[in-house]
Design a protein around this ligand. Structure first.
Ligand SMILES: NC(=O)c1ccc[n+]([C@@H]2O[C@H](COP(=O)([O-])OP(=O)(O)OC[C@H]3O[C@@H](n4cnc5c(N)ncnc54)[C@H](OP(=O)(O)O)[C@@H]3O)[C@@H](O)[C@H]2O)c1
Length: 239
């Protein structure tokens, strides 16, 4: 796909990987709708990126809000070409100690939120008929796991299964689906999840460049799944 003049939607665009992907796609000439709850951060990003970045205050787990926005935004010739399901939250803890609300928030954001927007955008992509691309941000914790990661891993295994089924379902409609599974990335995620970072984390910009490469592959080439890890995660900062 030639990204120039394409219309992209990125969920979780206010920070970390989502903000880096927004920057990379705007630099390639796309118009990017960046969705997240924190409108202040989105507005700061708009100051940097300019007219081609459209900040949208949105909780992706709010079905009615997502539906209203999709219905109001995509009409006539304005149809989405790219959807990057990046919004995600993590919370880690013992199964008998982690509050139920944390479990529900991860399911609501990482799974339900992904489903709400994808089901509606896929319908528009089918209608448009051109080659389109949906990228779901999973995690290495979507194919392996560790103690105290049951809820987060449940959602990321879900992202994996969702992506696998969708790529098979949507390829006949010229819609590519990719599950992108990173290891640890240097973003706010570690702090907000309460887990310990390490010294050699992946950089959001490097991953954003890789996502651009995946989008730019020839129309008849689909990278349906990819795992990206730090080469040498080594020691934690506390040791
Ligand atoms: N960091 C890592 O090590 C790592 C590793 C593997 C996979 N991932 C995945 O990568 C993705 C991006 O995470 P990140 O590392 O860039 O972390 P981050 O900096 O914390 O970014 C998470 C983004 O998701 C948004 N978000 C959270 N809940 C939302 C909701 N209900 N509605 C809309 N937006 C919501 C946040 O924006 P608001 O708070 O403004 O809503 C923020 O923009 C996530 O799916 C995460 O699971 C991260």
């Amino acid at each position: 796909m030639n990204i120039e003049h394409k219309i992209a939607i990125i969920t979780g665009a206010s920070s970390g990987l989502g903000a880096a992907v927004a920057s990379a796609l705007v630099a390639k000439g796309a118009k990017v709708y960046g969705l997240a709850r924190n409108i202040t951060k989105l507005s700061q990003l708009k100051t940097q990126l300019g007219i081609d970045f459209v900040p949208i205050e949105m909780d992706v787990s709010d079905y009615d809000a997502v539906t209203k926005w999709v219905d109001e935004t995509f009409v006539d010739r304005i149809m989405p070409d790219i959807l990057i399901n990046n919004a995600g939250v993590g919370s880690f803890g013992k199964i008998d100690e982690m509050p139920t609300k944390n479990w529900l928030k991860m399911i609501d954001t990482n799974l339900n939120g992904m489903y709400y927007i994808t089901s509606q955008i896929a319908a528009l992509m089918k209608k448009k008929g051109d080659v389109a691309h949906i990228i779901n941000i999973g995690s290495i914790l979507g194919s392996t796991s560790r103690a105290e990661a049951a809820a987060y891993s449940t959602t990321k295994y879900g992202v994996q299964g969702f992506s696998e089924a969708l790529y098979q379902e949507l390829r006949a409609f010229n819609i590519k689906v990719t599950c992108f599974n990173p290891g640890s990335i240097e973003t706010d995620f570690f702090e907000s999840s309460g887990i310990i970072p390490h010294r050699n984390m992946l950089q959001p910009k490097a991953l954003a460049d890789t996502l651009v490469h995946i989008l730019e592959t020839p129309d008849n080439m689909l990278i349906n799944e990819i795992t990206v890890r730090p080469l040498n995660p080594k020691r934690s900062l506390t040791t």
